[in-house]
Design a protein around this ligand. Structure first.
Ligand code: ZN
Length: 158
């Protein structure tokens, strides 16, 4: 079957940025998502439409089809005393933002201030994906009601 809205899709990917591999699922578990529910970046979801099990392709996504442009307003300086004493550049914190939980990254620590960046790590980047579609199936009624995939690679309920 071909991938359409409400398909449950398993795929392997390798993500390349600026010619370097930054992440790959090959050799481990494939990624599983519910198609048409914005569970993956928009350009990749578009590219997977109508593909089927066994298909392989490569796609390059500009930032607007991936994690969006960088927003320099999301870079802020905060007094050092608002952070744990061991704060260092590269640390990440989860905070509650206007659109739910977001990850902020510490990009610089001076003697008085900490610079934080709330842009997604891949914001402003052109992403290149190698994709292999491993499986396509129809979502169950329960999965559709929940808006996510159940079972291997998906959501688990206790
Ligand atoms: Zn569920």
């Amino acid at each position: 079957m071909k991938i359409t809205n409400d398909s449950v899709v398993s795929f392997h990917f390798t993500l390349n940025v600026n010619g370097k591999t930054v992440e790959s699922s090959f050799g481990s578990e494939p990624l599983v998502y519910l198609h048409g529910h914005h569970g993956i970046v928009p350009g990749l979801e578009e590219a997977l439409e109508q593909k089927q099990k066994g298909e392989k392709f490569n796609i390059t996504l500009p930032p607007e089809k991936a994690y969006g442009a960088r927003n320099e307003k999301l870079v802020q300086k905060v007094p050092l005393n608002q952070f744990p004493q061991d704060v260092t550049a590269g640390m990440q914190f989860q905070v509650d933002g206007p659109q739910g939980a977001m990850i902020i990254t510490v990009t610089n620590v001076s003697s008085t201030e900490v610079t934080i960046d709330a842009n997604p790590e891949m914001a402003g980047q052109t992403l290149n994906f190698d994709i292999e579609v491993m499986d396509v199936r129809t979502a169950t009624q329960e999965e559709l009601a929940h808006g996510h995939v159940h079972g291997p690679g998906g959501h688990h309920h206790d």
